[in-house]
Design a protein around this ligand. Structure first.
Ligand SMILES: [Zn+2]
Length: 334
């Protein structure tokens, strides 16, 4: 089961960068951004020092089902390194693992998928090797999204776990979600990948330009949190009942512990319950899909660990960041 990929080989020698999208089948901005990058980069092979492998849709069976996961219901982002003789997701995980191990640097592009939205962020593992950590951090900062999030390296099954074990500097990114394919997200991902190609000196000299400038002008919040559980998005604020979910906060808002995040009403509307924040901080992830089952997660709050972080979060909260405004996809590359 070879993964469909685009290879761009530079005219100069250099390292190998792998960029993947569609590890989850319902995350569309990464797929479109990598298709666009695949059209853009071949004109720049003269300036390309090394090679770039793009896999726009890693999890094609999930994509064909219009779902996050394939028919075996396994989360590909928890199944690595997988197995060549296993179920469909295990086989894809094994192929992805082979691709990652052949790379010198790795970027894994995500969104929140159909049901949740994630504040745009670039994340990395706090790798025990300071050189790998430093390069991963540098890549995350260069990508240019407003939140840069270093979390524990003791997470298994992820694409980044494979990169960690192979000592390959790696980041993952998130950009909104909710089943859309926002032009702003495609732009941010395209620009972010170009930023990293420059940062790693794979692209030198004359570079592709995207009219709307880089996302680097935004306030950037960098948080490193080595606690267990940090970076695991599905565990916060589980729904106490199933029903219809209506959030009362927006993504990026700064909330205090005890603030109302939203309410769930029963299907008939007769019963309802309010959901309160169990932490103070920034709303990093928010469920956007109205129908919710008991125990499904509703929101993740990113806690500040210093007064300075708190200050930056409040700034993000009160300004409507530019990246939230859509630009026409047609304006990007024509
Ligand atoms: Zn994902």
């Amino acid at each position: 089961m070879p993964l469909p990929k685009i290879e761009i080989i530079g005219q100069q020698s250099g390292p190998h960068l792998l960029i993947t999208g569609g590890v989850h089948g319902d995350e569309f901005e990464p797929m479109v951004a990598l298709q666009q990058l695949g059209k853009l980069l071949p004109a720049y092979t003269e300036n390309l020092h090394g090679r770039v492998t793009l896999i726009p849709i890693v999890n094609e069976p999930a994509f064909m089902r219009r779902d996050r996961v394939a028919e075996d219901n396994k989360d590909l982002a928890r199944t690595c390194p997988g197995s060549q003789s296993g179920s469909v997701t295990e086989r894809i995980a094994a192929e992805l693992t082979t691709e990652i191990r052949q790379a010198d640097y790795y970027i894994d592009l995500h969104t929140g998928g159909t049901k949740i939205a994630v504040y745009p962020l670039a994340g990395y593992m706090l790798h025990p090797d300071p050189k790998v950590l430093d390069t991963s951090r540098r890549m995350a900062l260069a990508f240019g999204l407003p939140v840069v999030w270093g979390t524990t390296s003791r997470l298994e099954g992820r694409s980044l776990s494979i990169a960690r074990d192979a000592g390959i500097p790696a980041i993952y990114t998130e950009y909104l979600g909710g089943g859309t394919c926002s032009p702003g997200g495609v732009q941010a991902y395209l620009q972010g990948c170009l930023n990293i190609l420059q940062e790693l000196n794979l692209l030198q000299g004359d570079l592709p330009t995207i009219d709307h400038g880089t996302a680097k002008e935004h306030v950037q919040l960098t948080i490193e949190d080595d606690r267990e559980g940090a970076g695991h998005m599905q565990v916060n604020h589980p729904a106490p009942i199933g029903g219809l979910w209506k959030p009362e906060v927006e993504l990026g808002h700064f909330v205090q512990e005890g603030d109302c995040l939203g309410r769930i009403s029963s299907p008939t509307g007769e019963q309802g319950t309010e959901i309160f924040a169990n932490q103070t901080g920034m709303v990093l992830v928010l469920r956007t899909y109205c129908r919710v089952d008991k125990e499904e997660f509703l929101a993740v709050i990113l806690e500040p660990s210093s007064a300075q972080e708190s200050e930056i979060m409040r700034e993000i909260s009160t300004h409507q960041p530019r990246f939230m405004h859509s630009v026409s996809l047609k304006q990007l590359i024509d």
